[in-house]
Design a protein around this ligand. Structure first.
Ligand SMILES: NC(=O)c1ccc[n+]([C@@H]2O[C@H](COP(=O)([O-])OP(=O)(O)OC[C@H]3O[C@@H](n4cnc5c(N)ncnc54)[C@H](O)[C@@H]3O)[C@@H](O)[C@H]2O)c1
Ligand SMILES: O=C(O)CC[C@@H](O)C(=O)O
Length: 392
């Protein structure tokens, strides 16, 4: 049995999938794969046995990608698996930014005793809000979450302006044509009444919204961060709120500096916390893990190129290597020199790394005994794995 180690509460849907596919969960010292949600793996020892790590979720800033890439560990995420959940909490947050719902609920509870109806009617004037319709929403990041938020805001009769210089083809076609595409982020910040950020936390995006960008916003703007702590400079947001340069800040990431601020609403990282999103993400994660470990196909990797080919031969050899010249010719020469016929060879590269998947049928025991070691010795090869097709 192959062992998968898990961190955090992984939905039973994903765990059951793995158990049904003959994996042990959290037994033994040598897991082949890891399934994780928000646990910070930067401070964990990742066993040498691990070949794949899947983040059940979109963000992967909790995983030491660079170190793992150098070791040949494939890291995956589950793009879009929880996007609808985040969209819905973002819409709820927009409404909370427009209407004083939380204060009003507190007030309603305080009217207990006496003529409740009279007291609520007399004093409810303090809880008047505004409408989203006719206001402008700025969406920074139009990926799986941002595109859904933008489209839904149109249905709420908002005007929407979006900014995403790295829009990929998969998400681009889903974006409604009525959404204005800004040429730069300043355009969004200047025009929007509500600004919502849906980008990953990377080195480049740290404090993407800082004092300088907040200064470009309308003083009565509302800022929403359901992306990650660290994308918005919370201290700069707090200062802007204190100086009436920002009306409200809603974040899904608790920060000591923001507690008890009357213009801040904090939720405890629950953007993706719905039964549906947890099930979908865990199932995607389990499938990605099983697919890679049993066939060598890579789907939704964040550190290596994807290769997803039907496994129609008896064997495959997956070779993770650096993206340098002459690798494919060295690999094919190796197979030729050793009289092993290649049925199909797929190769893709992304950035510094590449993946070559070699499909073969005839592969005797002697060849099997030395191929992995010999391929591993080719300079710039990081890791080699052999896959056996159990259906042939
Ligand atoms: N609160 C939660 O529980 C929760 C749940 C899901 C996702 N998230 C966070 O939201 C982020 C976005 O999720 P997603 O599923 O939409 O990811 P995604 O990868 O589908 O989309 C991210 C988009 O951001 C764009 N982008 C990156 N940097 C940018 C920048 N500087 N300016 C403008 N656009 C930029 C990318 O081009 C991409 O299109 C995740 O990385 C994660 O950190 C949080
Ligand atoms: O697992 C979660 O609850 C959060 C997931 C979220 O942070 C994500 O990046 O998808």
């Amino acid at each position: 049995m192959t062992t998968i180690k898990t961190y955090n509460a992984i939905s039973a849907t994903g765990l059951n999938y793995l158990k049904q596919h003959h994996y042990d969960i959290n037994t033994g010292e040598s897991p082949k794969g890891i399934l994780v949600r928000s646990q910070n793996l930067h401070h964990e020892r990742i066993p040498e046995s691990v070949r794949a790590i899947v983040r059940a979720g979109a963000g992967f800033n909790n995983i030491p990608i660079d170190d793992l890439s150098k070791r040949g560990v494939v890291v995956f995420n589950t793009p879009g698996g929880n996007a609808n959940a985040v969209k819905e909490l973002t819409i709820a947050s927009l409404i909370l930014a427009a209407r004083p719902v939380i204060g009003a609920i507190g007030f309603a509870n305080e009217t207990r005793g006496g003529d409740v109806s009279l007291r609520t009617e007399v004093n409810k004037g303090g809880y008047r809000g505004t409408e989203l319709a006719g206001k402008t929403l700025g969406v920074i990041g139009l990926g799986n979450v941002g595109s859904k938020v933008a489209n839904t805001a149109l249905a709420l009769d908002m005007d929407v302006i979006g900014y995403d210089p790295g829009l990929n083809a998969n998400t681009a076609w889903r974006i409604d044509r009525h959404i204005v595409h800004a040429k730069n982020v300043a355009e969004v910040l200047r025009q929007a009444d509500y600004i919502t950020v849906h980008i990953p936390l990377t080195e480049d995006n740290k404090f993407f919204i800082d004092a300088e960008s907040i200064a470009l916003m309308k003083p009565n703007a509302a800022l929403l961060n359901l992306s990650r702590g660290g994308i918005v400079d919370d201290l700069a947001a707090k200062e802007a709120l204190d100086n009436d340069n920002l009306r409200v800040y809603i974040t899904d990431f608790a920060d000591e500096a923001l507690f008890d601020h009357p213009k801040v609403i904090i939720t405890p990282h629950i953007g993706g916390s719905t039964i549906e999103a947890e099930d979908t993400s865990a199932l995607m994660a389990a499938r990605e893990l099983d697919t890679y470990l049993t066939t060598g196909n890579i789907i939704n990797s964040v550190n290596y190129p994807d290769i997803d080919e039907p496994f129609t031969t008896k064997y495959r050899i997956g070779i993770i290597h650096e993206n340098v010249p002459n690798m494919i010719s060295q690999i094919s020469k190796f197979f030729g020199d050793n009289n092993i016929n290649i049925e199909q060879l797929s190769n893709r590269a992304v950035g510094a790394y590449a993946y070559t998947l070699v499909a073969i049928n005839e592969f005797n025991e002697v060849q099997q005994a030395y191929v992995k070691t010999a391929l591993d010795e080719i300079p710039h090869v990081i890791l080699t794995r052999r896959y056996v097709n159990v259906n042939i």
